[in-house]
Design a protein around this ligand. Structure first.
Ligand code: OFO
Length: 169
């Protein structure tokens, strides 16, 4: 049986993963309607991934005899300054999520819940990957520059990354 402090912390993380999914959906919508079709597809994929992260926690909470709560959702921003602003915001957001996962692992250690701590190792590893992925995307943007031809090439790169991501699923 999960301790209440662990259940509360897991439900808080469910809320964060849910918000990540909504945030990336809003960003996908902006990208798609502002000429960045490849980034739109990439972000739709990421929105789906975040929903999977949320569900994995959700099912774990219920499987362990507690009650997962469907979070209330804040509306993400609708418009973004640029495609660069989107990817910078994502990297910052993912760093915040990594810190939240560390806090959650800390709660499990304090409560001596080593089963949940072990389950969360998947999220610890996933966060390293996600941060690295979005650093790579920003590096590509920085290398290519901001003119139209560079952004076109950037979108081609993102399309390749999305295809690779889908193939590895
Ligand atoms: Fe973006 O990663 Fe979930 O946890």
């Amino acid at each position: 049986m999960l301790k209440q402090k662990v259940v509360d912390a897991l439900n808080k993380q469910i809320e964060l993963e849910h918000f990540s999914s909504q945030l990336y959906l809003a960003m996908a919508s902006w990208a798609e309607t502002n000429g960045f079709e490849a980034s739109g597809n990439f972000l739709y994929e990421h929105s789906d991934e975040e929903r999977q992260h949320m569900l994995k926690l959700f099912r774990f909470v219920n499987d362990r005899g507690a009650h997962a709560i469907v979070p209330q959702s804040d509306q993400p921003k609708i418009t973004y300054e640029s495609i660069r602003a989107i990817y910078s915001e994502i990297l910052e957001h993912e760093i915040m999520i990594s810190n939240a996962i560390s806090e959650l692992v800390g709660v499990c250690i304090d409560e001596r819940d080593f089963t949940t701590q072990n389950f969360l190792q998947w999220y610890v590893a996933e966060q390293i990957e996600e941060e690295s992925l979005f650093r790579t995307v920003l590096d590509k943007l920085n290398l290519l520059g901001n003119d139209k031809a560079s952004l076109f090439m950037f979108e081609k790169e993102i399309e390749l990354m999305t295809n690779a991501m889908k193939e590895s699923e």
